[in-house]
Design a protein around this ligand. Sequence first.
Ligand code: SF4
Ligand code: SF4
Length: 430
Amino acid sequence: MLKIGHTVTVPNSLKGSATDSDSDVIPIPEELETVPGHPEDPETVNYYTRNYPLESENLINYAWISWSIKNGDMNEAFHDHLRRDRPIVVAARASGDVEPTAEPVPGKDLTLEIKQKALELGFAMVGISAYDNRYTFKHKRSWVKPHPNAICLAVEQPYEETQMIPSETSEVAVLATYRRGGAQALKLAEYINTLGYHAQVHNFTDAAAAIIPMFVAAGMGQQGAMGYLLSPHFGSRHRLTLVTTDAPVTHDQPVDYGINAFCEICQVCVNRCPGRALMRDKVWWRGVEKHKIVAKRCRPVMSRYTQCAICMKVCPVQRYGLKTVMDHYSNTGQVLGKGTHDLEGYELKGLGYFGPGELPRFDTDFFTVPTGTAEGSLLDELKDKIQSGMVPEGPEGDAIFREFRQNIEAAVKGGGDAMESEWYSLESGE
Ligand code: SF4
Ligand code: SF4
């Protein structure tokens, strides 16, 4: 039995239930203690925000997202999702301009009311932190309202479907989770309006900021080696969004769940990643110490294998919950499920089953997918064609230039944003 350094009592607001009065008490062994939240150097975070502001993947990796939507194995399901999600995104975009529908009660702290309402609406977890503008994407800065508070909300992804990752069934469940959460967030904003305050809904598919740091600041978990938030009850089996508000609320505090150190020992996701995209060691990245995913090794797997997410499926905290995992580790010094087919096994469509210690092999071409901004990748494509003699003088070459022009126009109409472009083409029937 390891020496316990501290215990964490998990509040009901992080357990997916508005009524459950039992709180989990999680023992954190002394050897896993680091810091509440994540190790951070605020000066460095500020430096990067000022000089290299964050930007959305939808923009800087337009080429991959667009390619992935068109050529990935979830094309039809994803388009169906975009069509059904669009009204939710449109309403979320307008939510910040909606005026309150009642007079506020002066001086009343609304933390309990808002958290209770979020759970009643079906959110699995709710916490509150300051809205950290340092993580706002550059192209969304003019959209984001200057509200001081972030209501951090998690929707639970269905358990059974998550264990079937990677599969169409699990991915369809993920997309439905986004829509469910998006609709719930709109209802929460309406509720805040009835309390006399403003609220702005950040949509899952139309993200305006990197939001995990705010969830960590709200004590809702710590970031795991695969980059997701690991929360005490659901691990990574949730999808996250924010509602920001000017309502008076009390901020939660970051917690040390032992995850920063546990991931160094566990490493199951790192070992099982078919793209070998996860790193064993942490790095300091933009002022935060974390594991950094090698995106160019992850994206090709995601595109071709139903959005992959094997790193989520094989995580013991996702599978068994943090309390069970920490109880087991405290008693045995072992990672629950590590090395078992039950936790680590997965199937890749067309390649078969891979048990513990087995990984697929991909050749170099597999990892070649378009990357970069819309205009950059279109220009690169045209350059390649010219250099390889595929743009002759005359009608054939003119047709290639016309196609280039059409593609650039479509990208510009979509604001250089892959999602925006998809919505635009859905609207115009292209
Ligand atoms: S999604 Fe798949 S390829 Fe990407 S990091 Fe996770 S396991 Fe690796
Ligand atoms: S699989 Fe292990 S190393 Fe990876 S995130 Fe989960 S707990 Fe951390």
